[in-house]
Design a protein around this ligand. Structure first.
Ligand code: 1CP
Length: 344
């Protein structure tokens, strides 16, 4: 079936489009009252593992905010869960992995699973979402980058620095690379099945990539992201979002990815200079700026779009939307992108 709105896919292919496509990272989530209603009734993993609930939550922002793409409601932590680690989600506190990986013995507790056995609910949610979206907009699948997944598997919880995860990589490099390779192999199989189930494009979230120096990012993160892109680039369009890792945009642009996400700490022109002209850039509105008055949002969206130019840009935030953003501010952001008047 032909998508009614394929602006995102055409932009990622490098084609010229009528206007800039727009979606928001974490657009299915806590700032939406409709999400909060389901959150009161069902636990986090119940929402993730029940295809009907995951599909309904995925489609909420399409109905309410009218973004140009849907992103599957799931979480990057379903991968460590499928590999054999317990993952809990504590309300308003975030994820906890009570038995993190610290030693060689711990590594024996985890495996590269059969994704069809352990993550079938994701593929069912994708099929159902595609059906219910009825070709309105493309569906984005995703996974965490191996380094970001290792952060949680080793640290056992969220962190500002992920110092224990870093120490694990620096002090036990052989073990760290074994773990990174296991995550990579699982992720490749997982994303392949997402594509088979019907996602139109995929994003790799390396939320903690920017915590590493350039050389560590290359060795611990990009090396594995490259394997994932290599394995999938013939089958789908791949977006890499490595938050804060602006210093490696050039190297990321050479992986075969179709798009690169950037955050608000780099200017569009500077990012373009690093990434070259043959790739789309995605971003980079400061999520906290959605808290400012609507006229201010509208003004800054115009500035952002002018900075990126008409072609090869997917408008987005520079990281996930915050839970305290008013819904009409999120709408104003999306509408400002849609209503952009270019002066030729
Ligand atoms: O209702 C709740 O309180 C749960 C909050 C929540 C939500 C809505 C979590 C727990 N995960 C999600 C969904 C989610 N997670 C999506 C859905 C699709 C979307 O609308 O975008 C996606 C893409 C993710 C990906 C994810 N999970 C990332 C990468 C993106 C990012 O924001 O950097 C990360 C780092 C996670 C881990 C995670 N899961 C949940 C939380 C609160 C966190 C972050 C924990 C931390 O701060 O370390």
């Amino acid at each position: 079936m032909q998508l009614k709105n394929d602006l995102l896919l055409r932009t990622l292919r490098g084609e010229e489009t009528e206007r800039t496509p727009v979606w928001m990272m974490r657009q299915a989530g806590r700032y939406l009252p409709e999400y909060m209603k389901l959150r009161e009734k069902y636990g986090f993993f119940e929402r993730v593992q029940t295809p009907e609930l995951a599909a309904a939550i995925t489609i909420q922002p399409i109905d309410i905010i009218d973004t140009d793409a849907a992103i599957l409601f799931s979480d990057i932590l379903v991968v460590p869960q499928a590999m054999g680690l317990e993952v809990q989600l504590i309300e308003s506190k975030g994820p906890i992995l009570p038995e993190p990986v610290k030693t060689e013995n711990d590594l024996k507790r985890i495996c590269v699973p059969d994704v069809n056995e352990r993550l079938h609910y994701v593929f069912e949610a994708i099929k159902l979402t595609k059906k219910e979206l009825n070709d309105r907009v493309p569906l984005i699948g995703f996974a965490g980058a191996p380094w970001t997944i290792l952060c949680y598997m080793v640290q056992g919880k969220g962190s500002k620095t992920f110092d224990e995860a870093k120490a694990f990589c620096y002090m036990q490099p052989k073990l760290a690379h074994q773990l990174l390779q296991m995550i990579t192999d699982t992720t490749i199989a997982y994303l392949r099945e997402q594509v088979k189930a019907g996602v139109d494009t995929i994003q790799i979230f390396d939320s903690w990539g920017g915590l590493l120096s350039k050389s560590d990012f290359e060795n611990i993160s990009l090396k594995y992201i490259r394997q994932i892109v290599e394995a999938l680039k013939e089958e789908t369009l791949v977006i890499i979002f490595a938050k804060g890792a602006w210093y490696s945009l050039k190297e990321m642009s050479e992986t075969g990815a179709a798009g690169l996400g950037i955050d608000w700490c780099i200017e569009p022109q500077t990012a373009r200079g690093f990434a070259g002209n043959n790739i789309s850039l995605q971003g980079n509105f400061d999520p906290a700026k959605l808290l400012s008055p609507i006229p201010q949002i509208e003004k800054e969206v115009k500035q952002m779009l002018s900075g990126f130019g008409k072609k090869n840009h997917v408008a987005n935030l520079g990281h996930g939307i915050l839970p305290n953003v008013p819904v009409d501010h999120a709408k104003a952001f999306v509408n400002a992108v849609k209503n952009m008047q270019w002066e030729d």
